[in-house]
Ligand binder design. Sequence first.
Ligand SMILES: Cc1cc2nc3c(=O)[nH]c(=O)nc-3n(C[C@H](O)[C@H](O)[C@H](O)COP(=O)(O)OP(=O)(O)OC[C@H]3O[C@@H](n4cnc5c(N)ncnc54)[C@H](O)[C@@H]3O)c2cc1C
Length: 299
Amino acid sequence: MKITELLAHAAERGEPVFSFEFFPPKTDAGVESLFESIRALRPLAPSFVSVTWGAGGNVGGRSQEILARIARESELTAMAHLTCAGVSVDELRATLSSFRAANIKNVLLLRGDPPRGVREFTPHAHGLAHASDLIQLAREGDGAPLCIGGACYPEGHIESKDPLDDLRHLKAKVDAGAQFLITQLFFDNRCYFDFVGRARAAGITVPILPGIMPITNVDQVERFTALCGASVPPKLAAAMRVRRSDPEAALQLGVAWATLQCADLLRRGAPGIHFYTLNRSPSSRAILAALRAMEPWRG
Ligand SMILES: Cc1cc2nc3c(=O)[nH]c(=O)nc-3n(C[C@H](O)[C@H](O)[C@H](O)COP(=O)(O)OP(=O)(O)OC[C@H]3O[C@@H](n4cnc5c(N)ncnc54)[C@H](O)[C@@H]3O)c2cc1C
């Protein structure tokens, strides 16, 4: 099913969508443990799962293999991520065609990041510079239309010097054909609601799914937030600091903070939650189980 249809049906019923993001593991053992996580999700009926594409400037890795196996072994709706990083337009066209051939209907189209240690994104000599270019590419030709999502940044993209520019570029991305948006992770819901307000005022009307990452490891969260520019509220930062050397306590804090955050988002009208699982689904499963029991979206 297309994610736009999932979002529309959920909105008609007054219910949220829940999605889970995974990255392609490098080893066979990692792939097996990923599929255990995916199997464990089934009882919670996720709306869709997504598989990232490369990272830190790498090309796809095992994304397509993972997507094919999800299609073979489950009835889950899957979304493929795809970035412009390191590849030519011809290679992007070929990957989009292979998605269509594999009956993948949903794609999250992204620019990608520069390689680790490099500050600026440089497109491939015959490649694309912006996500909006890739969205345009995916819409040309007469292949089956894909359901297209894009990324957005409640606290601004890390390279962006001017939030208004960032919003103008986001509007261009939606005008190019992004039918829904998923946010970068954030820990303070004010960032999301303020951003949605600004996006609506700028004429962006597509659903904006909040991306939530339950803290599982304090050092890792600090690394991620430094890379993507997401802020950590001082009270959460202090609670993290005192649990730095107690992984179990950090995990519990992560589940508790994200559960409260998600409940507030859904009570105040967010269309669903996209969980950044980092391939470890127990925290996201615990949060979703509590949300399903509590149904904060019913007010
Ligand atoms: C939900 C989500 C999923 C992600 N999945 C992946 C993944 O699978 N693999 C991966 O490698 N990375 C992934 N990323 C990270 C993403 O690749 C980076 O955040 C990247 O730096 C920007 O990608 P983008 O698609 O938002 O780029 P763009 O929309 O192209 O924006 C990037 C920057 O360029 C600016 N810009 C946009 N258009 C123009 C223009 N026409 N002129 C001038 N400036 C412009 C924007 O303001 C912004 O500062 C994901 C991010 C999110 C939020």
